[in-house]
Design a protein around this ligand. Structure first.
Ligand code: PEP
Ligand code: MN
Length: 354
């Protein structure tokens, strides 16, 4: 994919960060126009809005549908902004193109399905339009690259990806775990492919939008796609993560864009990897404690004692040997396992004595 081209939209500066902003969903003509006007006043050049919404369960707001495309056309005419929307089927592609949408994106649930991505690719043959491909919901880099290849093979060259985090079963800080090492590996594999960050879907909360934008910039990402709504608390979808156009403007003005001088850039990337790994360690520990509490419940129901010395000793010996194999000290691992075990016993005691 050596001949990938920049997104190239006349009037849009290619300097970092390229900003795409707009509501999660187009809800009413008034909400779309109000949000768009406010964003345009702050200098945003590309407007996003979901027209068809992939919802986890039926019954929620599933998007306004084709009607909303004419509102986006109006946004373009009245504000001069480019417009972007999500497509998941061949029909979405045809309708979006018919209504003059400038940029298409493929959502995370769609990227996870090669049949759907291929259907979109087929519908796009011979069309020259920028397409942004979100990562699949599951942390599978090959599946993500595969989706990019399908669109590329249909002849499209103005491609980019959007990092929106990966879903997880366990309770966590983020709505979708960033797993930064995955987009970083994608950058290494396809250095000419621009990467956008979607802090709204990673964070799931307004407070996390600003730090995630900064983190994406520190990682050398090219752009940001942020959900912005004129009245976030009343949004029909994803209300907790949307910010007003004024708040977005504030967030963007606070960003520190460090230029990519090799050594410090590499260091901050590495530090972010450490942060990310620590987050994963914490999440894993939380998962381990959850299993441990389940064991506590079992022990309670079967009147077993909390402490089973032989099992503990077996774990300790095994982990110390494994640590040595992995170039870590046995004593260090002993201390780590003792601390974990202590907390685990503590949590089981609480269940048993409840
Ligand atoms: C969206 O951008 O509103 C959306 C549905 O995102 P994702 O596909 O990342 O869940
Ligand atoms: Mn959304």
């Amino acid at each position: 994919m050596k001949d990938l081209q920049p997104i190239q939209l006349p009037g849009v500066d290619n300097k970092r960060p390229i900003i795409i902003a707009g509501p999660c969903s187009a809800e009413t003509e008034d909400q779309v126009m109000t949000t768009a006007r406010q964003l345009a006043e702050h200098g945003v050049k590309i407007f996003r809005a979901g027209i068809w919404k992939p919802r986890t369960k039926p019954g929620g707001f599933e998007g306004i549908g084709v009607e909303g495309l004419s509102w986006l056309k109006r946004v373009k005419e009245e504000t001069g902004m480019y417009t972007a929307t999500e497509v998941a089927t061949e029909r979405h592609v045809f309708e979006a193109l018919k209504h003059g949408i400038d940029i298409l994106w493929i959502g995370a649930r769609t990227t996870a399905n090669p049949f759907a991505v291929q259907e979109i690719a087929n519908a796009l043959k011979g069309v020259d339009i920028p397409v942004l491909i979100k990562n699949p919901v599951n942390p599978d880099l090959e599946l993500w690259i595969g989706a990019v290849e399908r669109i590329y093979n249909a002849g499209l060259r103005r491609l980019a990806v959007i990092h929106r985090g990966f879903s997880s079963y366990d309770k966590q800080l983020y709505r979708n775990m960033p797993q930064w090492h995955i987009p970083i590996e994608l950058r290494r594999r396809l250095p000419q492919l621009p990467i956008f960050c979607d802090p709204s879907h990673i964070g799931g909360k307004r407070e996390l939008v600003a730090p995630l934008c900064q983190q994406a910039m520190d990682m050398g990402f090219d752009g940001l796609i942020v959900e912005s709504h004129c009245d976030p608390d009343c949004a029909w979808s994803d209300k907790n993560q949307q910010v007003t156009p004024d708040a977005l403007d504030y967030i963007l003005n606070m960003l520190v864009i460090r230029e990519t001088t090799q050594t410090t850039e590499n260091l901050s990337e590495l530090r972010h990897q450490i942060d990310q790994l620590d987050n994963q360690l914490l999440e894993l520990l939380a998962k381990r404690m959850r299993v441990s509490r389940e064991i506590g419940q079992y022990k309670k129901e079967h009147s077993m004692p909390v402490l089973q010395a032989s099992r503990y000793d077996e774990i300790l010996q095994k982990r110390m040997a494994q640590a040595v194999e992995l170039d870590m000290g046995a004593e260090f691992m002993k201390e780590v396992m003792q601390a974990i075990h202590e907390e685990s016993v503590h949590q089981q005691m609480e269940i048993i004595n409840r």
